[in-house]
Ligand binder design. Structure first.
Ligand code: FES
Length: 268
């Protein structure tokens, strides 16, 4: 386990306030809230956004890139598009300074799950430090009502491919394509921007173009989602071929999700 390192004077950071510090070569987002200090990796688990640059409201920091929110006390991911906690680090206040020890194991909690956390109230006497493992996220309005990880995918029946080809039919079929990390279908996630058709050379068949976005430009699930989309839509007897166009403008935001997706992810 790494040693504590003094990162700044306790009165150096406004309350509430946040700043970026470097500890053992790692960039750490340090927060001062209600007399307590908290430290997280300066890394959003969605796509690497710099958390210290985000907006701090209460004990919640919002990633400046796509808006995922994290509980600064635990590192737990509170909202999409992040589904994994970021690391929280041990903090203590001693000798008028704030000290941080990095090196806690990476948190594995999913949305709303508890991760390692630590904090201590400023003290002018003996150092106060809490064991990261002993701290439980306190219940608050920012704590999600559900702490369950997204449910594992259940086998889905093959899409019903009868009925004439239409945008509505394609969207129904695409509900069989699920994000491999979130286990929510791409239609309810709001990833499908449009479906268009053109006549194919073969009589009675159509070429289908699906405009799809990703939750981030570097979404690792992209190739799989594209392949699954082509496979599923090709199952309709009136489809000659399928093109998937990736559209990043306008960018995806969590507001594009349906209520069904929010229910599945435990977002309220
Ligand atoms: S990088 Fe943080 S929400 Fe996308």
């Amino acid at each position: 386990m790494n040693e504590f390192q003094r990162v700044l004077d306790a009165d150096e950071l406004a309350d509430p306030g946040k700043t970026l510090v470097e500890v053992d070569g790692e960039m750490i987002a340090l927060f001062h809230i209600g007399g307590e200090f908290f430290a997280l990796d300066d890394v959003c688990t969605h796509d690497g956004g710099p958390l210290a640059d985000g907006e701090l409201v209460g004990h919640t920091i919002a990633c400046p890139r796509h808006g995922a929110k994290f509980d600064v006390r635990s590192g737990g991911a509170l909202t999409m598009p992040a589904v994994r906690a970021t690391r929280a680090h041990r903090v203590k206040v001693a000798d008028g300074g704030v000290w941080v020890a990095v090196g806690e194991p990476p948190a594995s909690a999913s949305i709303g799950g508890a991760a390692a956390s630590s904090s201590s109230a400023p003290s002018t006497s003996a150092a106060t430090e809490q064991s990261a493992a002993s701290v439980s996220p306190s219940a608050s309005a920012e704590t999600p009502a559900s702490t369950a990880a997204p449910a594992a995918p259940e086998p889905q029946p093959a899409a019903e491919v009868s009925g004439p080809l239409s945008e509505e039919r394609v969207r129904e079929m695409l509900k069989d394509v699920k994000d491999p990390e979130l286990f929510v279908n791409i239609v309810d996630l709001g990833l499908i921007y449009g479906v268009t058709f053109t006549d194919a050379e073969e009589a009675g068949k159509q070429r289908v173009s699906v405009d799809m976005t990703m939750t981030s430009p570097a979404c690792p699930a992209g190739p799989q989602l594209i392949a699954d989309t082509k496979r599923v839509v090709s199952g309709h007897p009136e489809v000659a071929d399928v093109e998937v166009r990736i559209v990043m403008d306008p960018p995806w935001t969590p507001e594009r999700m349906t209520d069904e997706a929010r229910d599945q992810l435990g977002i309220f």
